[in-house]
Design a protein around this ligand. Structure first.
Ligand code: NDP
Length: 399
C-alpha cells in the first residue's frame, strides 16, 4: 500500500494514472501533478475522482520540494518532459523520495540523448538510500528488459541486437506525432548512431532504410535506422554486444512533411528573434500540431515493438525475436489513449510497482536492464502488454 506522485499529465501521464488507479492494492493513493492542473483534473474526472491533483512547475526545485514534503509520497513517476529529469531528481533527493522516469535528461539547447547527467547522480542516490530507475517506458524500457531476458534465458553470450519499433497505426491527420512533438522531432532529425565493435558509428539521419515484416499479420513496413537512448546503456551493460542498432517505421508521408519542415527551418531548436520575441521554431511547430493525447479516438491499427538478438548458446549460433503487438483501439477502449502512450505508460506503472514491491528497490541510479527482467515481464503479460518469443532461422536487415 503506497502513495505515489505522478508528474506530467500528457498522453503518457494519462495512461500511467489510469493503470496505477486500476491497482489500488499497490498504489493506494495517487496524486497527479503537472504544470497545467486542468489537464490533471480532466484525467481525475475520467477516473471518477479516485485520485487527487496538484499544480507544480517541475523546473522549480523549491516548489517541487515543498509539494513532496507536504504530500510525502514514496515514489515520484516522472512523465513530464526530459528537460525536467534533473530538477525532479534534485527534489526527490531533498525530500527523500524514490524516483523513476521514461526518458533520459535532455538539455533544452542541444539534442543529446545521453545518460551522463543522470548517471552522475549515482553516489547521491546511493548515499541517500534512494532508488532511481531510469527509462521505464517501452523504448527505452520494455526493449531493455526484453534484451536482458533474452540474454538471461536464451543465450550464453549475446552478439547482435536490433530493436525494431513499428507503428502500423493511422490517425488520419496529414502530419502528427504520437508523443510529445518536440521530443519526437528532435529524436528523428538527430544524426544516427549505432554501436559497432566497441564504438558508436555516426551516419546521417534516416540514411539507412530496410523493410521489415511484422509477425501475426501486422504487415510489412519501411524502417529506418536511428539513434535511440537505450543503445548507450545496453552497449555498456552487455559488453559482449558487437553490434546494436535501433530501427523505427515511418510512412513516406511523415518523412515528406518532416523534410519540408526541416528545409524551411521549422524543426530548429535554436531560438530566433521574431517581432522582438525569442521563438524556438520546434516549440512553435509543437503548438501547431495536434496534441498527441487527442489522437486516441482516431488512431487505428497496431504497434509491433521488439528485439531481435543473435548470439551463442551451447556453442551454437541462435537468433531470437521477442516482441509485443498492441492494437490502438483496444488501448483507447481501456484507458482512452492511443497505443504509443499506452505502451509507454504500462511499463512505467510496472517499473513503479517493481520498486514499491521491493523487487527493484536498491539505492543508486539504475537503468532498467540492470534488474531481474522476470517479474517485470510477468507483469507485462498481466497488465495489457503480452509478449511472444520466437526463434528465427535467419535475419538480415541489410538490403
Ligand atoms: P506530453 O507533451 O503529452 O506531456 C508532457 C506533460 O508534462 C504535460 O502535461 C506538460 O504540461 C507536463 N510538463 C511539461 N513541463 C512541465 C513542467 N515544467 N512542470 C510540470 N509539468 C510539466 O508528453 P508525453 O506524455 O507524450 O511524454 C511524456 C514523457 O514520456 C516524455 O518525457 C517522453 O519523452 C516520454 N516518452 C517515453 C517513451 C518511451 O517509450 N520510453 C515513449 C513516449 C514518450 P502542460 O500540459 O502544461 O504542457
Amino acid at each position: 500500500m503506497s502513495k505515489i506522485m505522478i508528474i506530467g499529465a500528457g498522453g503518457v501521464g494519462g495512461v500511467v494514472t489510469h493503470k496505477c488507479a486500476q491497482l489500488p492494492e499497490v498504489f493506494s493513493e495517487i496524486i497527479l501533478a503537472s504544470r497545467t492542473e486542468a489537464k490533471c483534473k480532466a484525467i481525475a474526472e475520467q477516473l471518477g475522482g479516485k485520485i487527487r491533483t496538484a499544480q507544480v512547475d517541475a523546473d522549480n526545485v523549491p516548489e517541487l520540494v515543498a509539494l513532496l514534503k507536504k504530500e510525502q509520497p514514496e515514489l515520484v513517476i516522472n512523465v513530464a518532459l526530459p528537460y525536467q529529469d534533473l530538477t525532479i531528481m534534485d527534489a526527490c533527493l531533498e525530500a527523500g523520495v524514490d524516483y523513476m522516469d521514461t526518458a533520459n535528461y535532455e538539455p533544452l539547447e542541444t539534442a543529446k540523448f545521453e545518460y551522463s547527467w543522470q548517471w552522475a547522480y549515482q553516489d547521491k542516490f546511493e548515499k541517500a538510500g534512494l532508488t532511481a530507475l531510469l527509462g521505464s517506458g517501452f523504448d527505452p524500457g520494455a526493449t531493455n528488459v526484453f534484451t536482458a531476458y533474452l540474454a538471461k534465458h536464451y543465450f550464453d553470450e549475446i552478439h547482435e541486437l536490433d530493436i525494431i519499433d513499428v507503428n502500423g497505426g493511422d490517425h488520419g491527420y496529414p502530419f502528427a506525432t504520437n508523443f510529445n512533438p518536440e521530443i519526437n522531432i528532435r529524436e528523428v532529425t538527430a544524426e544516427c548512431r549505432h554501436w559497432e565493435e566497441g564504438e558508436f558509428i555516426t551516419t546521417p539521419a534516416m540514411s539507412k532504410k530496410a523493410s521489415f515484416t511484422c509477425p501475426d499479420g501486422v504487415g510489412t513496413y519501411n524502417i529506418y535506422r536511428m539513434y535511440h537512448e537505450e543503445l548507450e546503456s545496453l552497449s555498456k551493460h552487455f559488453p559482449t554486444l558487437k553490434r546494436a542498432q535501433f530501427w523505427m517505421s515511418f510512412s513516406d508521408n511523415y518523412l515528406k512533411h518532416l523534410e519540408v519542415l526541416g528545409n524551411v527551418g521549422m524543426t530548429g531548436i535554436e531560438p530566433i528573434e521574431y517581432n522582438g520575441q525569442q521563438i524556438v521554431p520546434i516549440q512553435l511547430l509543437a503548438r501547431l500540431l495536434p496534441d498527441p493525447a487527442s489522437l486516441g479516438p482516431r488512431t487505428k491499427g497496431k504497434t509491433c515493438i521488439g528485439c531481435v538478438v543473435r548470439g551463442i548458446k551451447d556453442g551454437k549460433e541462435k537468433i531470437v525475436y521477442l516482441y509485443n503487438i498492441k492494437d490502438h483501439q483496444d488501448c483507447y477502449k481501456e484507458v482512452q489513449s492511443q497505443a504509443i502512450s499506452y505502451t509507454t505508460g504500462v511499463p512505467a506503472m510496472i517499473g513503479a510497482k517493481m520498486i514499491l514491491e521491493g523487487k527493484w528497490k536498491k539505492p543508486g541510479v539504475w537503468n532498467i536492464e540492470q534488474f531481474d527482467p522476470d517479474p517485470f515481464l510477468d507483469d507485462m503479460n498481466k497488465y495489457g502488454l503480452p509478449w511472444q518469443v520466437i526463434e528465427l532461422d535467419d535475419f538480415n536487415l541489410d538490403p
